[in-house]
Design a protein around this ligand. Structure first.
Ligand code: SF4
Length: 291
């Protein structure tokens, strides 16, 4: 849940989730619909789907326990090197480091070398003895990430009070590295076409084409084309929506109709038992202004 998401946003979701699913087994008995509903508003829904798949895999092949090697852990859906190492450290207390953005920054500042110049896997291998001179590996994995988030922060690191400042090359150097630049934001333009009916319903279908909205229930969506003289669809609104590093410029069109193509289903604009992603909810809010 914490991937790309702030702690304060995650807390209520985490509490609900762990309240409802107390064990891997109970999670494995759930289904995608239920999990997505509980995840609604948290974004990056692939995490929820993978978590469910993981639980089923663990119950089926590992008696609900986490395997002990990186190779086996990485066979779990959605688990790569980063999460695999974090799990080995946190769950099995193995000497591992989860190399996230915070950890990269701490290392790169200590060396006073740009992140792009460091091979982190090699660096950790080479310095294994120094790095893992502890019998509290689980705490160390966590502490390193927290240290980057709270002390060696992206902006204004707390160098003066930092316990590493005597050996830190960034602190000592008069020629300090600049650090990583922010992810490039990409602009994309889309037209969205909404069937609406008088019962305050909107027609949605499962999106298969646009990768960052894959499997979401949304109206028809296309890269922007010139619709100036379009008779069929009426223009409703232009608005912006940001998803990850994509800034979407959206033109919203609508048409009142009782008939919809077979791949669509009607959804209430107000209340749905089913999971509705925030991208679609934003469309609901715009379309509601028609009534
Ligand atoms: S001295 Fe400053 S730059 Fe170096 S590790 Fe500490 S906080 Fe980071």
């Amino acid at each position: 849940m914490l991937q790309q998401t702030q702690v304060k946003t995650v807390i209520p979701y985490f509490n609900n989730f762990t309240q409802k699913f107390k064990t891997i087994k109970s999670l494995s008995r759930s289904n995608e619909k239920e999990i997505l509903k509980m995840w609604e508003g948290l974004g990056y829904y692939r995490r929820a789907r993978n978590l469910l798949k993981c639980s089923k895999h663990l119950v089926k092949y590992y008696d609900s326990k986490l395997p002990k090697t990186l190779e086996e852990i990485k066979k779990l859906p959605g688990i790569g090197d980063y999460t695999g190492n974090a799990l080995l450290g946190l769950v099995h207390d193995k000497p591992r480091i989860a190399v996230d953005g915070n950890v990269k920054r701490v290392f790169s500042r200590n060396l006073n070398k740009e992140e792009s110049e460091i091979n982190f896997v090699e660096f950790i291998k080479k310095n294994q003895k120094k790095l893992f001179s502890t019998n509290r590996n689980a705490d160390f994995v966590e502490a390193l990430m927290e240290f980057g988030a709270l002390v060696c922060k992206p902006k204004n690191p707390n160098c003066l009070t930092c316990c590493l400042n005597k050996t830190c090359n960034y602190f000592k150097s008069s020629n300090k590295i600049k650090g990583t630049r922010k992810k490039m934001i990409k602009n994309r333009n889309y037209d969205i076409f909404c069937y609406v009916n008088k019962k305050r319903q909107i027609a949605l279908k499962k999106n298969k084409q646009i990768s960052f909205l894959k499997n979401f229930n949304i109206p028809a969506i296309k890269e922007t084309i010139d619709l100036k003289n379009n008779q069929e669809w009426k223009f409703l609104k232009h608005y912006k929506n940001t998803i990850s590093n994509l800034k979407l410029n959206i033109n919203l069109y609508y048409k009142f109709s009782d008939k919809i193509p077979p791949s669509y289903r009607w959804y209430s604009l107000e209340r749905n038992k089913e999971f509705i992603p925030s991208f679609t909810k934003k469309i609901f809010r715009q379309v509601s202004t028609l009534f």
